[in-house]
Design a protein around this ligand. Structure first.
Ligand code: ADP
Ligand code: MG
Length: 348
């Protein structure tokens, strides 16, 4: 977990907008030769190259995408960067730059925004990306953060959602469901705390899943691993909304069907034990949980030998003809139609 150092409170208005931007960004240095000009002019300047450029944006709104009662601002900053880098890696590209735009109400102190930027800076440092600009404004209520990430890849390396073919294997990185269960634990503790603020939660048994929720890591290593293994996925997407919703995207765009196997889903032991405790089905959690920021991709069956046994990768099924539909094979060997029960921010 990330440590929170700031206890003082300086009002944001005491610095003014320019003072604030300067204060927040002065500790960032540029690491990529493609970042010609970062923060400080009317626009950033990037050097172009032979490669293609990928660009992605995510907007996070307090009360919709995060709850500050259990999401420390430093973690929020880190996670907001991860969410974007994950999309760049899902194109099989390398992330190089980000811009960060924030709207904050005067409820937040300078020290609070410094925490947010400390998380952003840690993410930039760890993942070797340059903060090259952004925008800063006030909001009437709460905090809003929008990040844009820019990445590069040779044209022939870029992987889209629409290239999956029947017989391709369906592969996921890491394990599934942890982030959702971490959120369930945090929500439960929040309610316990509201009833009895003296209660000190013991979260040791949930450390992995809470970390998955509060400090997710984007899978920068997977595109590199696949390159080393000389495997180019036929399609790829990151798992932000849940496995089933992401498989739907791949199958719809690739005009194919799929068969995935319940007994193949990669689950951490803590996910299994917490599912038992909460009396929820681990398959549902893996399918619909969301926020795992793992990569879901398809590879030609001819590449099976190159990926088999890799500890980061699990084959969970295969692509079928479109008319076969999207199916889950249960442990009891029953086939049921998959539903795209992913996270939908417009749902009530
Ligand atoms: P403008 O008035 O042209 O929009 P700003 O004063 O908003 O310029 O921004 C000045 C510089 O600071 C620009 O380089 C901009 O990209 C950068 N910047 C503004 N806000 C942020 C932020 N929250 N994080 C990082 N860089 C920022
Ligand atoms: Mg501006």
């Amino acid at each position: 977990m990330l440590e929170n150092k700031n206890q003082d409170r300086t009002s944001l208005s005491s610095l003014g907008e320019f003072g604030l931007i300067d204060h927040l960004t002065k500790h960032f240095s540029l690491q990529h030769s493609t970042s010609v000009k970062g923060v400080g002019d009317d626009a950033a300047v990037l050097e172009s190259s032979e490669k293609q450029t990928v660009v992605t944006t995510d907007l996070l709104v307090e009360g919709v995408h995060f709850d500050l009662s259990y999401m420390p601002l430093k973690h929020l900053g880190y996670k907001a960067v991860m969410v974007n880098l994950s999309d760049v890696y899902a194109m099989n590209a390398e992330a190089e730059q980000i811009t960060v735009s924030i709207a904050v109400s005067n409820r937040f102190s300078l020290e609070a925004i410094e925490e947010l930027y400390a998380g952003i800076q840690l993410a930039c440092h760890t993942y070797k990306v340059d903060l090259i600009g952004g925008d800063t404004t006030s909001s009437n209520k709460g905090i809003l953060i929008s990040i844009t990430a820019i990445g590069k890849a040779p044209k022939e390396d870029i992987v889209y959602r629409d290239g999956a073919k029947p017989t391709d294997l369906i592969v996921v990185s890491g394990d599934l469901g942890g982030a959702y269960l971490g959120l369930q634990v945090l929500e439960r503790e929040k309610q316990v705390f509201q009833v009895n603020p003296q209660n000190q939660p013991d979260l040791e048994n949930y450390s992995y899943i809470i970390e998955r929720q509060l400090k997710p890591e984007a899978r920068k290593d997977i595109p590199r691993l696949l390159r080393d293994l000389e495997v180019k996925p036929t399609s790829m997407i990151d798992i932000s909304d849940g496995l089933s919703s992401e498989i739907f995207h791949i199958c719809t765009q690739s005009k194919v069907g799929c068969k995935i196997y319940e007994d193949k889903f990669p689950l951490d032991p803590q996910v299994i034990s917490t599912c038992e405790e909460f009396d929820i089905d681990s398959t549902m959690v893996a399918l619909s949980g969301g926020e795992d920021y793992e990569l879901l991709f398809t590879v030609s069956i001819n590449d099976f030998d190159k990926i088999k046994g890799n500890p980061h990768l699990t084959v969970i099924g295969h692509i079928t003809e479109k008319n076969q539909g999207l199916n889950l094979v249960t442990r009891a060997n029953q086939e049921i139609a998959l539903k795209a029960q992913g996270w939908n921010s417009f749902e009530e």
